[in-house]
Design a protein around this ligand. Structure first.
Ligand code: UDP
Ligand code: MG
Length: 327
């Protein structure tokens, strides 16, 4: 059927399938309320769409699995994907997206920070022909000032570092059409910054604003060190400017050093003493420490990229599934 896909990848079938994908890691207290609200959503849209709810259990060690199974006895259309261990948020989300069969795939967090009610607006935009509908955080409730400020700064820094139009203050909460999902499936990179990868795909993308709620229960799975890793993944996956920093800086310092050397030689030739001359070590120490610091930092930047190249060439699978259950 050449005409099976309209603009935006909306299937022509009478009942397009929507997949809701949720990665879950130790969210036992959130499973029931999440499915309650997603259930209300699927009931509301049942006339127009079929649903599947893909719950990716990312190696949870608490009662998350039991809570999901409990819900599966009462609710249809749940696809439980158990990963073989904890692979982390981005890979768990990737597993869910790859397994989802919907004409559109909606990705959301399992702690109800992303309100499922926003999906109505997502679907409306999708029906208008957009391929990606992403949720922009107008406000963030219940998150530390530190997280809000650093996140704001991060999105503005990465915007300056890359040519890919990654929207500001946007997480992974979004709807993607089938052709966007297929593009992601063909992107095998390991250190995934999904929100950037989806921007990179292109097509028609549109924003919907929302207020990010507080986490329903439990605590964040992104403590500071993990947040920094994730930020580094974002920058290294989408920019090579840091890598060039050493060479830019090297050129700049060499130019200054050259001019300075000329001045020193001139002073020597004419047996002059420069202003403020002391046979001092201060300038030497400052130069050594400064250049030493810059060199170590440049090496570190190289290391960040090299480590990721190493991970990529190993070519291990992104995640392993232990089993899939359907209700
Ligand atoms: N998550 C996951 N694997 C992990 C860490 C997190 O599947 O290793 C899930 C988590 O259960 C939640 C989502 O990813 O559904 C977002 O995590 P979290 O709410 O802790 O992040 P935050 O909102 O604090 O940035
Ligand atoms: Mg959260």
């Amino acid at each position: 059927m050449p005409n099976a896909l309209k603009l935006g990848g909306v299937a022509d079938s009478a009942h397009p399938v929507l997949s809701v994908v949720v990665p879950l890691y130790n969210e036992e207290g959130n499973v029931a309320p999440l499915l309650e609200r997603v259930g209300a959503l699927t009931d509301r849209l049942a006339g127009a769409f079929d649903f599947e709810i893909v719950l990716v259990n990312d190696g949870s060690t608490d009662g998350t699995l039991a809570a999901i199974r409990g819900q599966m006895r009462r609710r249809p259309h749940i696809v439980l994907v158990n990963l073989s261990r904890n692979f982390g948020h981005q890979l768990a989300a990737t597993a869910g997206i790859e397994i989802a069969r919907g004409d559109a795939v909606i990705l959301m967090d399992g702690d109800l920070q992303d309100p499922p009610e926003l999906v109505d607006a997502f679907v409306r935009k999708w029906r208008e022909g957009y391929d990606v509908v992403y949720a922009v955080r107008r406000s963030r409730q219940g998150e530390s000032r530190f997280k809000v400020v650093t996140a704001r700064a991060f999105y503005r820094i990465i915007k300056r570092l890359t040519k890919v139009a990654i929207p500001l203050d946007t997480g992974d909460f979004r709807l993607m059409s089938r052709r966007v999902v297929e593009a992601l499936r063909r992107s095998p990179e390991r250190h995934r910054f999904l929100r950037g990868m989806v921007s990179w795909v292109g097509f028609n993308q549109v924003a919907v604003e929302y207020d990010r709620d507080v986490r329903h229960t439990g605590k964040t799975k992104y403590p500071l060190p993990k947040m920094i890793r994730f930020a580094m993944d974002g920058i290294t996956s989408f920019s090579d400017i840091p890598l060039r920093f050493a060479s830019y800086f090297g050129f700049a310092v060499s130019a200054i050093a050259f001019v300075y050397a000329l001045i020193v030689i001139a002073f020597k030739l004419f047996s002059l003493k420069p202003p403020g001359y002391t046979p001092g070590w201060a300038s030497t120490i400052v130069a050594v420490l400064f250049l030493g610091g810059v060199q170590l930092m440049s090496l570190g930047i190289l290391g960040e990229y090299l480590g990721r190249v190493y991970d990529e060439v190993k070519g291990r699978p992104l995640y392993l599934i232990s089993d899939i259950e359907r209700s």
